[in-house]
Design a protein around this ligand. Structure first.
Ligand code: ATP
Ligand code: MG
Length: 218
């Protein structure tokens, strides 16, 4: 009989430059301090094959258009690889998984911003994860312009824009609005955190949310 307690599954969502990757590191440190084994990963990506799909999704160029349906299906294909090869096995062996973006990003980008019907996205998200749902989702919320101001200052990426970052302000405002709507609908799982504050203030609030949630789960 498997008596291993399932690991805790946290996802971090939000618009470009909200501080997701920064927060993922802080969460990992926090969980490790309380003796938990952690795995920090990201979407799209997280396995060699899924990282190849990420590259297509973020950097495809040339005359042939990458259609919205293709984009959606590639996101979901990458997610299947990630869930089955990495996330589910980690959770099953008691490891806490911290994932930088997950299926709510598909709902916000391919749904809210590209306009794919919510029911189609929901069906595909559920199909891809096959029961592997986050226990807690942190939605870092901030105005689109503030997120871009942050990424513009980030050394590794300043001046380099991927296919999504190249979209106009309206697209990114639709992403933000879609995230906030998702949080309203799924209020027990998705917690909205004001990302316009310092890294320390954000991490402090999120640590409280995590501890409350872990206490409930155990
Ligand atoms: N609370 C904060 N206040 C100010 N700057 C921040 C804050 N959090 C992160 N940053 C900085 O803003 C930039 C973007 O942060 P980060 O890379 O964590 O965002 P992200 O949401 O992962 O971005 P992307 O959507 O591009 O993956 C980085 O240079 C980071 O150091
Ligand atoms: Mg990031």
């Amino acid at each position: 009989m498997n008596t291993q307690t399932r690991g805790f599954f946290i996802t971090i969502e939000g618009p470009e430059g909200a501080g997701k990757s920064t927060l993922a590191q802080a969460i990992e440190k926090h969980l490790q301090k309380s003796g938990k084994k952690c795995l920090r990963t990201r979407e799209p990506g997280g396995t060699p094959l899924a990282e190849q799909l990420r590259d297509v999704l973020k950097r495809h160029k040339g005359e042939e258009r990458l259609h919205t349906a293709t984009e959606l299906l590639l996101m979901e294909a990458a997610r299947v690889q990630h869930v089955e090869e990495v996330i589910r096995p980690a959770l099953d062996s008691g490891v806490c998984v911290i994932c930088d973006r997950f299926y709510d990003s598909t709902s916000a980008y391919q749904g809210g911003a590209r306009g794919v019907e919510a029911g189609v996205i929901e069906y595909l998200n559920n199909y891809a994860v096959s029961g592997c749902h986050p226990d807690l989702t942190i939605l870092l919320d901030l105005p689109v312009e503030s997120g871009f101001a942050r990424t513009a200052k980030r050394e590794q990426t300043c001046g380099k824009f991927d296919r999504f970052e190249q979209e106009n302000i309206e697209f990114h405002c639709n992403v933000r609005a879609a995230f906030l709507k998702l949080a309203e609908i799924n209020s027990s799982r998705i917690k909205v955190v004001d990302a316009l504050r310092t890294r320390e203030e954000i991490a402090h609030d999120v640590e409280i949310l995590i501890d409350e949630c872990l206490f409930k789960v155990q």
